[in-house]
Design a protein around this ligand. Structure first.
Ligand SMILES: *Cc1c(COP(=O)(O)O)cnc(C)c1O
Length: 434
């Protein structure tokens, strides 16, 4: 499969190019060009297929010759020592747990694959420098996944404030490959610096600069795999429609589901579950997108006013407007309903959900009850409940145990350097590390 910019059909590139030079020269973001029918590769997998096996099987045909089956197995095995888990709680309702990775969020799936596949693509003396702007625990996910990867240096930019959870043993001055840098500024400043570093061609080429953020399609594509995984588990007993309920912030997870559909997964629809920040729902219904001011809610991972995947969704919309309008059902869940949903999931199923996942659960429950629904609903549980233990305790009365790996995310660390938000300062900070 080739990749194209959201802004042009010209200049299609390979997966390797899209990953290693992740901003298209024409502007926009990379998206898969065209459809690939992958049905023959996953339709006949049985429900016992494990996750690395599924990933190793679908990657070679998807990337058409860019990764052979041996390389794909190596990538899948080295990326995934954690798996999604499907738990059926009712005849027509399941929960797909995606928070088993190192930092307890589903984003670990995309980051882990990106790191492993980059190492494989760079074999035989290739090199790259991955620049990532960090928000929350994302920096930890990136530093862990890229740690000890041959040929790769990982630069993580943090906005002003404390840096937490990184392991100093992975830092470059201690023999590792991670360079955490604090930028005196905001998260947006960090992103702006990364774009500037990629746009300075000589510098970018000299170090092989690309980004480890969600702009990199190498993070997004592998998120389609856990939808396929859920599908092969449910297929033996599926009757009627298959619908996924996805908690949406930047809409990466949702667009990955739509890509799974593009790869041939038989799915009837996706609930785009939002909290009070729901302006994007109007866009899905066919109106112009007009962002509204950000509202703080109790499901903070979904507090986004302009989704960073807007261009990708708009490009998909343009290609398949009827699919978007008929297969994507926007819904919005307020704080009160979120807490109620957490309580209900616990009372009914002894299921502990984090508030972000509870937004998707609440929307799924509405869909299951109000419409005369015949089929199976899958709720994507995206965050480890221990990460919002306070909200969990309020909603369910349960004091949950905090796993060690989640506790360690809170440890404070010092950056390798602190810079002003200027591209020259970033460049000298990088140069001084070698
Ligand atoms: C990032 C995140 C989301 C939102 O996912 P998007 O791909 O940005 O829509 C949902 N839940 C949790 C726990 C997250 O960390």
């Amino acid at each position: 499969m080739q990749f194209k910019s959201t802004r042009s059909h010209e200049g299609q590139v390979s997966f390797k190019d899209a990953v290693l030079h992740c901003l298209p020269p024409q502007g926009g973001l990379y998206v898969p060009a065209g459809m690939v029918d992958m049905r023959q590769f996953f339709l006949y997998m049985d429900a016992h297929t494990d996750y690395p096996e599924l990933v190793a099987t679908v990657t070679p045909p998807l990337l058409q010759g860019e990764l052979n089956p041996f390389s794909a197995s190596r990538v899948a095995e080295s990326a995934f020592n954690f798996q999604p888990e499907l738990r059926q709680v009712e005849e027509n309702l399941s929960v797909l747990t995606l928070y088993n990775g190192p930092t307890g969020v589903f984003k670990d799936f995309g980051v882990a694959f990106l790191a492993a596949v980059m190492e494989e693509l760079l074999k035989n003396n290739g090199f790259a420098m991955v620049l990532s702007a960090a928000k929350g625990d994302n920096g930890v996910s990136i530093s862990q996944s890229f740690s000890r990867r041959q040929g790769i240096t990982s630069v993580i930019l943090y906005p002003s404030g404390q840096i937490r959870g990184l392991d100093p043993a992975t830092f470059i001055q201690n023999g590792g490959n991670c360079i955490p840098i604090q930028v005196k500024g905001t998260f947006d400043d960090c992103q702006r610096l990364i774009n500037a570093a990629m746009e300075d061609r000589p510098f970018a080429e000299r170090y092989g600069i690309t980004s480890g953020n969600a702009v990199n399609v190498g993070r997004l594509l592998p998120q389609a795999f856990y939808y396929l995984y859920a599908f092969i588990k449910i297929k033996p007993f599926l009757q009627g429609d298959l619908v996924f309920s996805v908690p949406c912030g930047n809409f990466g997870n949702l667009i990955a589901g739509l890509y799974a559909w593009k790869f041939g997964m038989p799915v009837s629809g996706f609930i785009a579950a939002m909290n009070a920040n729901n302006a994007f729902g109007d866009f899905i219904r066919g109106k112009e997108f007009s962002p509204r001011p950000l509202i703080s809610t109790n499901s903070p991972a979904l507090d986004v006013s302009v989704p960073s995947n807007y261009e990708r969704l708009a490009a998909f919309y343009e290609e398949a407007p009827a699919v978007m309008r008929n297969m994507v059902y926007p819904d919005s869940v307020d704080d009160y309903a979120t807490v109620e949903a957490m309580k209900q999931a616990w009372d009914r199923y002894q299921l502990i959900l984090d508030p972000n996942s509870a937004v998707a659960y609440a929307a799924a429950e509405r869909h299951r009850r109000v419409k005369d629904f015949y089929g199976h609903l899958v709720v994507l549980a995206t965050g480890h409940p221990a990460k919002q233990a306070d909200t969990v305790a309020i909603a369910t009365g349960q004091d949950i145990e905090i796993p060690d790996k989640i506790r360690k995310l809170q440890r404070m660390v010092n950056p390798v350097s602190i810079i002003k938000p200027h591209i020259e300062d970033l460049q000298s900070a990088i140069i001084s590390c070698f």
